[in-house]
Design a protein around this ligand. Structure first.
Ligand SMILES: *[C@@H]1O[C@H](CO)[C@@H](O)[C@H](O)[C@H]1NC(C)=O
Ligand SMILES: *[C@@H]1O[C@H](CO)[C@@H](O)[C@H](O)[C@H]1NC(C)=O
Ligand SMILES: *[C@@H]1O[C@H](CO)[C@@H](O)[C@H](O)[C@H]1NC(C)=O
Ligand SMILES: *[C@@H]1O[C@H](CO)[C@@H](O)[C@H](O)[C@H]1NC(C)=O
Length: 264
C-alpha cells in the first residue's frame, strides 16, 4: 500500500473511533517529535499499525504496549490513560493523541503526546522499560505562599510520599495525596499533589525519574504555590487547590497535619 493511502486509512479509522465523544480541547498538554524520515513506506506502515493497536488496546485495558516490524524499521509504542479517565474518556483521549501525532508530525519516527487524560509514545528506538528524565516542560503558578519555608517543607514531604506511592503501583504508577499546609495567607490550607511514572518503569527507575523531576521543580518553581513538571518518563504536580481529576476518595475534611496518600 502506498504511504499516502496508508496515511488516509489511519486518519479515517482514528476519526471513526473518535466520533462518538467530543474531547475537551483543554485536555491537550504538549507534544514532542523528532527523527523525521522521508520515503519509508514500511516504517510508516509500522507506525500506523502501532498507533491503531495502541488505540484499540488502551481503550480496552487502560494501558498498552505494542511493537511492529523487523530490523531497522521496527516501531515500539506505549500508551496509558490517567486514573480517573473512564473507559469512554480514555478511548477518546488515545484516539485524539494518535490523530494529533499523525497530523502534527506525520514524518516523525519518535513522537510523544501528553494529554491530561492520557499519554502516548511511539519510536523506532526500543524505549519500553527505559527511564528517560529528559526535560519536557514545566508550568508554575503565579501565587507565592506567605511562609515560604513552611510551604516548601510541606511540598517536599507530600511529594516524597506521593512519589513512593507512585513507584509501588502495579498497572499504573500513579500516586496522589492531600495534606494540610500553610497557605498564602499564613493560615492552614490544603496542599494537593500527584506523581506518576509511565507504567513500564520498574520501582527503582520510577523513583529515580521522580527525583530528577523534583530537582527540576526546586530549580524552576522554588517559591511558587503550584508547579507541574513533565519529563519523558514521569511527571509530578502540586497545587494549593484540588486539581486532581481522580475518582479516588480524597477526604475534604482531613484534620490538621494529617496526610492522605493513595496509590493506583
Ligand atoms: C529512527 O529513524 C530515524 C529517521 O529515519 C533515523 O535517523 C534513526 O537512525 C532511526 N533510529 C533507529 C534506532 O533505528
Ligand atoms: C494488545 O493487542 C495485541 C494484539 O493486537 C494482543 O496480543 C495483546 O495481548 C493486547 N493486550 C495488551 C494489554 O497490550
Ligand atoms: C510489552 O512490554 C513487555 C515488557 O517490557 C514485553 O515483554 C513485551 O514483549 C511487550 N509487548 C510488545 C507487543 O511489544
Ligand atoms: C520534523 O517535522 C516536523 C513536522 O513536520 C517539523 O515541525 C520539525 O521542524 C521537523 N524537524 C526537523 C529536525 O527537521
Amino acid at each position: 500500500m502506498a504511504p499516502s493511502s496508508n496515511h488516509h486509512q489511519l486518519f479515517f479509522l482514528l476519526l471513526a473511533l473518535l466520533l462518538p465523544i467530543a474531547i475537551n480541547g483543554d485536555d491537550f498538554i504538549t507534544l514532542k517529535c523528532g527523527e523525521n524520515f522521508t520515503g519509508n513506506a514500511i516504517l510508516q506502515g509500522n507506525i500506523n499499525s502501532v498507533l491503531l493497536n495502541l488505540v484499540a488496546n488502551t481503550s480496552a485495558y487502560g494501558f498498552a504496549n505494542s511493537s511492529y516490524g523487523t530490523g531497522a524499521d521496527t516501531v515500539y509504542g506505549l500508551s496509558e490513560c490517567r486514573e480517573g479517565a473512564n473507559a469512554q474518556a480514555c478511548s477518546a483521549c488515545v484516539s485524539e493523541a494518535a490523530l494529533n501525532a499523525h497530523t502534527s508530525c506525520p514524518n516523525s519516527a519518535d513522537l510523544s503526546v501528553w494529554h491530561h487524560s492520557c499519554y502516548l509514545r511511539y519510536s523506532n528506538k526500543s524505549f519500553i522499560g527505559q527511564p528517560d528524565s529528559a526535560y519536557v516542560g514545566v508550568w508554575r503558578s503565579v501565587d507565592k505562599p506567605a511562609d515560604q519555608q513552611a510551604y516548601t517543607r510541606a511540598v517536599d514531604e507530600l511529594l516524597g510520599m506521593v512519589g513512593s506511592a507512585a513507584s509501588w503501583g502495579e498497572n499504573r504508577k500513579f500516586g496522589w495525596g492531600v495534606m494540610d499546609s500553610p497557605n498564602f495567607k499564613g493560615s492552614v490550607g490544603k496542599l494537593y499533589a500527584m506523581a506518576q511514572c509511565t507504567w513500564d518503569l520498574e520501582q527503582a527507575t520510577c523513583i529515580k525519574c521522580l527525583a530528577d523531576a523534583m530537582q527540576i521543580r526546586r530549580e524552576s518553581c522554588g517559591d511558587r504555590g503550584g508547579c507541574y513538571v513533565i519529563t519523558a518518563s514521569c511527571s509530578l504536580r502540586h497545587e494549593a487547590y484540588a486539581f486532581l481529576f481522580l475518582n479516588a476518595p480524597l477526604d475534604p475534611t482531613t484534620p490538621a497535619r494529617s496526610i492522605a496518600v493513595g496509590s493506583l
